[in-house]
Design a protein around this ligand. Structure first.
Ligand SMILES: Cc1cc2nc3c(=O)[nH]c(=O)nc-3n(C[C@H](O)[C@H](O)[C@H](O)COP(=O)(O)O)c2cc1C
Length: 403
């Protein structure tokens, strides 16, 4: 986890929707990450979840509507002091009612007033019945909030508590947390940049039930996508099978074979920065057997393989001025020499090389250690969790991308 995620101050507004019970989990998630959380309830929220439960997890009182204009509490002006204290403000769930009052700048309630008083990033998570969500009044309220800079995260599709099926569900805790981290990110240096990341393994089928692949989980690529998104980039991830696609806010393009990945990357070849972190199969069976190859009567199986097209080299060949191309090299020997050779041969601007034979780093592990090379020489070693390594990689890319 990146160090800036700890010790942050988050103000959570809870309004009276059926999914209010789910925010207990969100508060625990933030508390586990070391954040301080203040909570503001609307009057209706208390009908759906108990302030006692939430104050137990935050270790603080929950601010209630009755505190807003109360002579006993009013001297601390709760909506101003909370708005000033916070580093990020989140409303989850955000009812149609609160979305409407946020769009109007209505300070008639404690939550409405805090939304007006705060200068920190605000993220709203609307959740409601699908017809309420689709109503033009709700859609326009969401658009108005977006126009003045609030994050308004669409609800998810699925079964709704009201018995309907459709868009309206409050997203999972991890999704709510990811949007909050993004709003708290100290770096915004990729704002407006369009980024393509490739991640994970490819599968080269030999017959309908067997394939050639590798142990890549796509974790490094996902962390590269996550940290770029935190820093404001518009991110597309072309990913192989088995890659965890739970990161919100990015566009996922799932593919299977190296040829599929090649086609998807060529379609997206105009992106400002392309980071190729996928472990692409170099070879495939020229004609995969259409039926399962039987063991019966065979003593062996000699495979005839052909080379796949080199995605990095093809992207390098069509690179436009100002575009950045970053590669990864997984090596088991002569790391620096192979990395330098690959950098030059494929027209890359940077290459991150890791020794996948070293224990505890590389394929499938939590940590990574890469040596970073540019055409002018080695830039240093990036080591730590894959998220930290990804963030440091973006530090280098961000410095170069507008040169
Ligand atoms: C059982 C029940 C569930 C409700 N769930 C939602 C909901 O998920 N989203 C929503 O926008 N309104 C929902 N409402 C309506 C709100 O509770 C109602 O509009 C209330 O005035 C909202 O107040 P608040 O926005 O100040 O918290 C629900 C009402 C009931 C009776």
């Amino acid at each position: 986890m990146l160090s800036w995620k700890t010790d942050r101050r988050i103000l959570l507004g809870v309004s009276g929707g059926i999914s209010a019970y789910k925010v207990t989990d969100l508060v625990r998630h933030w508390r586990h990450a070391g954040c301080d959380v203040e909570i503001l309830f609307t009057e209706a929220a208390e009908r759906f979840v108990s302030p006692l439960v939430l104050s137990t997890f935050t270790g603080r009182r929950v601010w209630r509507e009755e505190d807003y204009l109360d002579p006993e509490k009013g001297f601390s002006i709760p909506h101003i002091s909370l708005a000033d204290w916070a580093e990020a403000m989140v409303v989850a769930p955000c009812t149609a009612h609160v979305l409407g009052l946020a769009a109007r700048g209505d300070s008639g309630t404690l939550l409405g007033a805090a939304l007006l008083a705060t200068r920190v990033p605000v993220t709203l998570f609307p959740a409601m019945n699908v017809h309420m969500w689709e109503h033009p009044a709700t859609q326009e309220a969401g658009e108005a909030c977006r126009r003045w800079g609030y994050g308004v995260v669409d609800p998810e599709e699925g079964d709704l508590a009201c018995g309907y099926e459709g868009k309206g569900r409050l997203p999972r805790t991890e999704v709510l947390a990811e949007w909050t981290w993004r709003s708290l990110s100290p770096k915004r240096d990729l704002q407006g940049k369009r980024v393509l990341v490739t991640a994970g393994p490819t599968r080269e089928y030999l017959d309908p039930v067997r394939f050639l692949s590798n142990p890549s989980t796509g974790r490094m690529g996902v962390e590269i996508a996550r940290t770029a998104w935190y820093r404001g980039a518009e991110v597309t991830v072309v990913c192989g099978p088995g890659v965890d696609r739970s990161l919100p806010g990015v566009t996922w393009v799932p593919v299977e074979s190296a040829q599929d990945m090649h086609a998807a990357c060529m379609d997206l070849a105009d992106r400002d920065v392309i980071v190729k972190a996928a472990a692409v199969g170099d070879y495939r069976a020229e004609t995969p057997n259409p039926q399962k190859v039987k063991r019966r009567g065979r003593t062996g199986w000699t495979l005839e393989l052909v080379a796949n097209r080199d995605i990095a080299a093809d992207l390098g060949a069509r690179k436009r001025p100002g575009q950045m191309l970053v590669g990864f090299a997984a090596e088991t020997q002569d790391l620096a020499a192979h990395a330098r050779e690959k950098l030059a041969a494929k027209g890359l601007d940077l290459i991150a090389a890791n020794d996948v034979s070293a224990p505890g780093v590389g394929f499938g592990s939590e940590e990574n250690e890469v040596r970073l090379f540019a055409p002018e020489g080695e830039l240093g070693v990036l080591a730590g969790s894959k998220e930290e390594v990804a963030d440091r990689l973006w530090d280098h890319i961000a410095l170069r991308v507008d040169r």
